[in-house]
Write a new protein. Structure first.
Length: 262
């Protein structure tokens, strides 16, 4: 009986050792991440916003933050020469399952090139190159590398695709931990919806923890009233829009009456 009891104790100890190690590792990477605000209102004079993400990480850890939207299919027109002279729309290219918004915020120690995988870094697959690998393009015969780069340029010009270097800063370092902070610039081109803010905690280039928060962007005031009118009362909205256009035309005519050519 005594031998059986000793054997049970030994087996229990061996079983719990891995769990104790995992628990210890989890304690080492407690982060206490905060995001403020988590709701942005689009008002009549909305011109974008700002979201602050901050927290604590182990001293030897790095932080990457990703702001992304829901995936969707995007159709773009392809231009080409017709009869060797005129530039015209010649075809439609569809990018499947691309995020509505995709912005990365990096610390000074991680340049954008590290996310490409060209130099053997063990980084999370979150760069534009990784995004390209997850994207399909139709027609299938298109040059995917070229077309995807053009797609990135277009979305970057709209302010909704970006890689922001030196955007995550560290401070208050001690022997065990440090604080981090990052300001996410929310462009006015981001539409009403729910977005994801993911904080990646890395050690030795590997993700050891992630924190995911929802960011809501919602119309309020006059923009919300106009949207509700357009979707719920389309006929009335059309009549009001026509009357406003006519009124603006009449007002312009009165203001510039008599200002004909010389």
């Amino acid at each position: 009986m005594r031998k059986q009891l000793i054997l049970i104790i030994i087996m229990a100890t061996v079983t719990w050792l891995p769990i104790m190690s995992i628990t210890a590792e989890a304690i080492d990477i407690q982060t206490n991440i905060q995001m403020e605000p988590n709701l942005i209102h689009i008002g009549a004079f909305y011109n974008g916003g700002q979201v602050s993400v901050s927290g604590e990480v182990p001293r030897d850890a790095e932080v990457i933050i990703r702001l992304s939207g829901a995936t969707q299919d995007v159709e773009l027109l392809k231009k080409g020469r017709v009869l060797g002279v005129l530039w015209m729309n010649t075809a439609t290219i569809t990018f499947h399952d691309v995020p509505e918004v995709y912005m990365l915020y990096l610390p000074p120690s991680i340049p954008e090139s590290d996310l490409s995988g060209d130099h053997g870094q063990q980084m999370p697959a979150i760069g534009f190159d990784s995004l390209k690998n997850l994207t399909t393009i139709t027609p299938a015969g298109e040059d995917k590398d070229f077309q995807f780069q053009e797609f990135i340029k277009l979305k970057a010009s709209e302010g909704i695709y970006a890689v922001n270097e030196n955007a995550v800063s560290y401070r208050n370092m001690d022997a065990q931990k440090k604080s981090f902070a990052c300001e996410l610039a929310i462009p006015s081109s981001m539409a009403q919806g729910v977005y994801s803010v993911t904080t990646f905690i890395l050690k030795d280039g590997k993700v050891v923890k992630t924190d995911n928060r929802q960011l809501k962007i919602k119309e309020s005031g006059l923009p919300a009233m106009i949207s509700a009118l357009a979707y719920d009362h389309a006929v009335l909205y059309g009549i009001i829009a026509t009357l406003i256009a006519l009124g603006a035309g009449l007002l312009t005519g009165v203001l510039f009456k008599g200002g004909g050519g010389h």
